[in-house]
Design a protein around this ligand. Structure first.
Ligand SMILES: [Zn+2]
Length: 309
């Protein structure tokens, strides 16, 4: 069976795997990433591809955080990386001696879920990556949708409050400032002084997993933070449903592993704010089926799946 190397290039780590045509990850490896030094980063990716290489590997697919011009293999811009305007696919192809294809990481996760995860059998499908920030990937009519220049589905930067917090993109009040792991942490830091009884009181920096753990233990403050963040998730999804009306929505990223905590409030908020839920089916919203592998599987499909072009 043909295999390809899928690489999920994030702001802090590079996850790689050898993926077969059935979407199974047969070998995997992970490295810390150095996204502020392109030469170093290319050497890291080449090393990972070399380590994972085998005779049946036919190419390398890379899903990278940031704006990507898939058609030309160019990395255009990433708010959280130092990479700008690079012919990244060509640079890596030269280093590894194999064909390389490049796409946005959330687009890859969406295609991975569409082919082998909870988007199977759908034609119109969204995958929303709720992690530190928010990413998105669209499948319309069974095809990936990237927009005119490759920058579509940047749903995290939908404006929801012009007076809201400053975003990594340099603008104010984007959805990811209200509905992400980062938003959850900011809310906790701002309000903890008023909640001395919470188990989170007296902690230094309150990280997202501490909040979800406290919520699972029944901490009232943590449960309230989760519920309010979940509502913002649902309100944003309602706008996406009004615009795109997908059959199904997958939630990937860090928050997906806690979807049992967020899901119910998010889905309630979605049906309260989407237009006319009484007159049409609302999409099913589920945590990604492939979990942290969706990006690696989708990236490999850039090489293996002729429908993912
Ligand atoms: Zn933004």
């Amino acid at each position: 069976m043909k295999t390809a190397i899928g690489i999920d290039l994030g702001g802090t780590k590079i996850a790689g795997g050898v993926v077969d045509e059935m979407g199974a990850v047969v070998v995997r490896e992970q490295l810390p990433s150095d996204v502020h030094h392109p030469d170093q980063l290319i050497a890291q990716i080449a090393k990972l591809a070399e380590d994972l290489g085998s005779p049946d590997v036919v190419g390398v697919g890379i899903g990278a955080a940031g704006l990507i011009d898939h058609a030309h293999g160019r990395y255009l811009y990433g708010p959280n990386t130092g990479l700008r305007d690079l012919d990244l696919a060509e640079m890596i192809a030269d280093a590894v001696g194999m064909p390389v294809s490049l796409d946005n990481d959330a687009n890859c996760a969406a295609w991975g879920e569409h082919r082998f995860g909870c988007g199977r059998g759908t034609r119109d499908f969204l995958c929303i990556t709720l992690g530190t920030g928010i990413g998105g990937g669209f499948v319309f009519g069974g095809r990936p949708y990237r927009g005119a220049h490759g920058g579509a589905a940047e749903v995290g930067h939908i404006l929801v409050d012009p007076d809201g917090p400053l975003c990594g993109c340099g603008r104010y009040g984007c959805w990811e400032q209200f509905a992400s792991g980062m938003a959850l942490e900011r809310l906790a830091a701002a309000e903890i002084p008023a909640h001395p009884d919470s188990v989170l009181a007296g902690e230094g920096r309150i990280a997202g997993p501490m909040i979800t753990r406290a919520a699972r233990d029944g901490d009232a403050f943590a449960l309230d933070l989760v519920a309010r963040t979940a509502r913002w998730v649902g309100w944003g999804l309602a706008s996406l449903v009004n615009v795109f009306e997908p059959e199904r929505i997958a939630v990937a990223g860090g928050i997906a592993s806690d979807w049992d905590l967020f899901g119910e409030d998010a889905v309630t908020a979605l049906s309260e704010r989407a237009e006319a839920p009484e007159y049409r089916p609302m999409p099913e919203v589920t945590a990604s089926a492939l979990g942290p592998d969706s990006g690696v599987v989708g990236a490999a499909l850039l090489v293996l799946d002729p429908a993912y072009r």
